[in-house]
Design a protein around this ligand. Structure first.
Ligand code: FMN
Length: 335
């Protein structure tokens, strides 16, 4: 019996759930062709950043020459940003070229944290012909005067503004640090999100002990990091009205299977792509097919969500009792 790996995500039919997550590798049309040939079902283009757009706007109006103080923080981003993925005009040109080079769904990505003039780029991204848009809201609420409600409101206003700007499906990528993530997820959906990408992987700085200064520190992920996303997808499956994509720590076939069992509609991989290249998608698709066949599933649609909170035979696994059991069962001895 042929196993059917197809899945629905953001109203699109994907040939399997394996998607190349937003990262600079995906801005190259030739690389996207290799991904498509290797069996990836779709790709997310790297993000166009709010800071990048505003920098260009400031240049156009000559603002940065007068107000460097007020832009000091954002200006310090730009040397790196220009290496990272060019300016907004070139970004749109590459996105258009990419759209023409591949047939699989291509998802654009905007990355920001404030409602502002930059949002009209959502429409420009839509005009390139992409199939959907991912909005990555990466915001660190470092000001202790801001309440949780204010932080959530910022996200919701941004989602609503982007929703208003485009007609294509909208996925929202967020981190896990909210007081009641399930409730917040539902608010994101009410604000216009068709899908949630769970979770943004926060990048924490390190300290350089010689320079005695903070320094950026991006390490690729490991499989164990997928557990937080896995738990929340299990909790939300069927309970928030959105498509759910898993990201962070998906490397092996087993990681992919677990995410599907809890109810992910799509699996977004970046670190595994950096480590292994596009051929990894071929291996994962074959592995997934074999696992489903061995466990007598007809396809992804049939197994998706069978271990979600709704369908779980032991829902206490998601609650405090799991914490207690884990501690009690731990048998580590001091060396
Ligand atoms: C080098 C690099 C660049 C990335 N750039 C973006 C980006 O432009 N926009 C975005 O939303 N996520 C970006 N990400 C995050 C990935 O899309 C992904 O969500 C995250 O790395 C977790 O998945 P992983 O464990 O498979 O790496 C980037 C990740 C890496 C490693």
């Amino acid at each position: 019996m042929k196993v059917d790996l197809s899945t629905r995500y953001l109203g699109l039919t994907l040939r399997n759930p394996l998607v190349a997550s937003a990262c600079p590798l995906n801005q190259d049309a030739e690389f996207l062709v290799r991904l498509e040939e290797a069996g990836a079902a779709a790709a997310v283009f790297p993000s166009l950043f709010e800071e990048q757009i505003e920098f260009q706007q400031q240049q156009v109006f000559g603002l940065y020459e007068y107000g460097t103080e007020s832009y000091a923080e954002s200006l310090s981003y730009f040397p790196e940003l220009e290496d990272y993925n060019v300016g907004p005009t070139e970004y749109l040109r590459r996105l258009r070229a990419a759209r023409q080079a591949v047939r699989f769904p291509l998802i654009g990505s905007l990355n920001g944290m404030t409602v502002g003039g930059w949002i009209h780029f959502a429409r420009l991204i839509e005009d390139t012909g992409v199939d959907a848009l991912e909005l990555n809201v990466y915001f660190v609420p470092s000001d202790p005067r801001h309440s949780g409600e204010e932080v959530e409101r910022r996200y919701l206003d941004l989602v609503a503004a982007v929703r208003k700007a485009v007609r294509i499906p909208l996925a929202v990528k967020v981190g896990p640090y909210f007081t009641s993530f399930g409730h917040f997820a539902r608010r994101l959906v009410d604000a216009g999100a068709d899908g949630l990408v769970i979770f943004n992987r926060y990048i924490h700085p390190d300290i350089d002990l010689e320079a005695l200064a903070f320094r950026p520190n991006l390490c690729l992920s490991q499989s164990y990091e997928s557990r937080l996303s896995m738990m929340w997808i299990a909790m939300l499956r069927g309970r928030c009205g959105a498509y759910l994509a898993a990201t962070s720590g998906i490397h092996e076939v087993e990681d992919a299977v677990r995410m599907l069992l809890v109810g992910a509609d799509a699996l977004l991989l970046a670190s595994a792509l950096y480590r292994n290249g596009p051929a990894h998608f071929t291996q994962l698709a074959l592995g997934l097919e074999a696992w489903l066949g061995e466990h007598e599933y007809q396809g992804v649609a049939q197994m998706k969500g069978s271990l979600s909170r709704e369908n779980c035979p032991n829902p206490e696994a998601f609650e405090r009792i799991n914490y207690m059991r884990s501690l009690v069962a731990f048998t580590g001895k001091p060396i």
